[in-house]
Design a binder for this molecule. Sequence first.
Ligand code: ADP
Ligand code: ASP
Ligand code: MG
Length: 412
Amino acid sequence: MARLVMKFGGTSVATVERIKNAARHVKREFDAGNQVAVVVSAMSGKTNELVAWAKEAAALHDPAEYDVVVASGEQVTSGLMAIVLQEMGLPARSWQGWQVPLYGSDAHGSARIEGVDGAGILAGFDRNREIAVCSGFQGINPRSHRIVTLGRGGSDTSAVALAAGLKADRCDIYTDVDGVYTTDPRVVPKARRMDKVSFEEMLEMASLGSKVLQVRSVEIAMVQRVPTYVRSSFDDPDNPNPGTLICDEDDIVEQQIVTGIAFSRDEAQITLRRVADKPGVAAAIFGPLADANINVDMIIQVVSDDQATTDITFTVPTADYERAKGLLESKHDSIAYQSLQGATDVVKISAIGVGMRSHAGVAARAFRALAEKGINIRAITTSEIKFSVLIDAAYTELAVRTLHSLYGLDAA
Ligand code: ADP
Ligand code: ASP
Ligand code: MG
C-alpha cells in the first residue's frame, strides 16, 4: 500500500466526460489498495475567463478580491470530481484550500505556501480510505483568513506541497503530454520524452519557460524530496505509462551535455542609448527598478565610439515593461541618457544541461549555428548549467529547432 497524490491539470478535466476519465485513473490506484489524495485544476480556459472578468470589473482591482474570483474555478472541479467518484462507488469528498488547510502568504495572486495541515485528510484515510479531492491553486492566509491563490499554473505546487505535507510516497502530475520532453513537443515534433530528468535541470527548464510544471512545484519537490512524475491522463487508465520521473542527478545514468531547450516570450528588451559612462550609472538605472520590484534578467553594456557614453541593454518581464519604461523616462535627467528604445517582439531561448559544468564551448556552438541561419543575437547570459540568448520572436521556432538538432536531441 502506498500513499499518493494525483494531480489533474485543466485539459484533463476540461469536460465532465474528461473528469470521468481522470476518475478511472483514481479508481485504479484506489483499487490497488492505495491511499489517494487528488488535486484538481479549473476546467481548461476557466481561469483565463475569470481573470478577464476581474479585469473587466475594474482594471485596477483589489488583489484579495481577484483571488476570491479566480479560486472559484477549482472549487467547481473538485465538487464535480467528488460526485463522479461517488457515482463510481468510491468514498470521496472535496476539500477547498481553506478546509485542508493549505496556508499561503498574503501576496495575493502569487502567494507562497507556508504550510499544509494534512490531519483532516489523514483522518479520512484512516476512517474508510476516503479519497480527498482538493482544489489546487488556492489556500488561506492564516493571519487575514482570506483566500489566496498561488500564481498561474499553481495547482502543480499545491499537489507537490500536499504530497510533502501528507508524507506521500509519490506525486503524479497528470497532464496532456506523457512526460517531460527535451523541448515543448508542440513546437518541435521531434522532441523526445525523457524517462528521468534531474531536479536542477527541471528547475531551470521551468524557470526559463517550460510551463509543463510551475517553478515552485519543482523547488518543493527538490527540497522536500518528493518523488514526482509527469504523466498523461489520456493513457488507457487500465494500462498507463509511468511518465517522466524528476529525480536526483546521481540517479541518471546516461547524462547528455544539453538535456533540454526552453523558450520564453515573457521578456521584453529595453535599451538606453548614450548613457554617461561614469561610476554609479548602473546603480542609478537598476536601483529604481529593483525598488519597484521589477526583475531585471539579461544585461549588456557596450561602450560607444566616443568612449564617454555607453549603451545599456537589459530585459524585464513583459508584464512590467510599461511600468519599467515609465519609471526610466521619469528619471531621464538624473540617469542622463540620450534615448530609450524598447521591444516586446523578442524571445529568450535557453539550453539547459548539467553537463555544461564540465564541457567548454557549449554555448559557442549555438552562437555559430544561429548565425548560420541568419539569426541575430540581441543579448546573452550564461550560468553554470544553462545559457540563454535573446532574439527576434519571429525566429522562435527556427532557433529552438536549430539548437535541438545541434545538441543531438532530435528523436530518431
Ligand atoms: P496542465 O493544464 O495539465 O497543467 P500545462 O498546459 O500547464 O498543463 O502543461 C502542459 C503543456 O506544457 C504541454 O501541453 C506542452 O505543450 C507544454 N510544454 C512546454 N515545455 C514542455 C516540455 N519540455 N515537455 C513537455 N511539455 C512541455
Ligand atoms: N487554474 C490555474 C491556472 O490556470 C492553476 C492551474 O491550472 O495550475 O493557472
Ligand atoms: Mg499547468
